[in-house]
Write a protein that binds this ligand. Structure first.
Ligand code: 5GP
Length: 121
């Protein structure tokens, strides 16, 4: 792949850009988000550079399932398995800013609507 096409997250995987890597296996890595929106905010990122969820094909179903399993696994490791949220932003209209598929794993905050509204203000 041409250098200009390699995503920020591919560069993190290739250790060109530093990040706090909390888990990795042959299919994905998990890093702590640089600008956390909750006390626990991790990003589960496939090694395959799918730009967004809507680009995933039928051949990617195993990877997508694996990413969800890893989300649960790192939540267990961080001791937040009882209450965490998994979010995928697909497309800039939905808030996606890094065009390499990733799952946000958020925990350690109240997820009721009032608390979330306060957090956004
Ligand atoms: P998106 O907005 O695409 O759904 O999420 C991208 C996420 O990547 C954001 O939560 C943002 O804080 C995070 N992020 C952007 N640049 C970096 C970086 O260089 N390192 C880490 N660890 N996270 C990043």
């Amino acid at each position: 792949m041409k250098d200009a096409q390699r995503s920020l997250f591919t560069r993190i995987m290739d250790r060109e850009i530093p990040a706090d890597i909390v888990y990795e296996d042959d299919q994905c890595i998990v890093i702590n988000d640089i600008a956390p929106q909750a006390p626990v905010h991790m990003l589960v990122i496939p090694r395959k550079p799918l730009a967004k969820l809507a680009n995933a094909g039928e051949q990617d179903k195993d990877i997508l399932g694996h990413l969800l399993w890893v989300a649960g696994e790192v939540a267990r490791q961080r001791g937040v398995a009882d209450a965490f949220r998994v979010v995928i932003n697909n497309g800039s209209g939905a808030g996606q800013t890094v065009f390499h598929l990733h799952l946000h794993v958020l925990a350690g905050t109240a997820f009721d609507e009032a608390s979330l509204a306060n957090a956004q203000n």
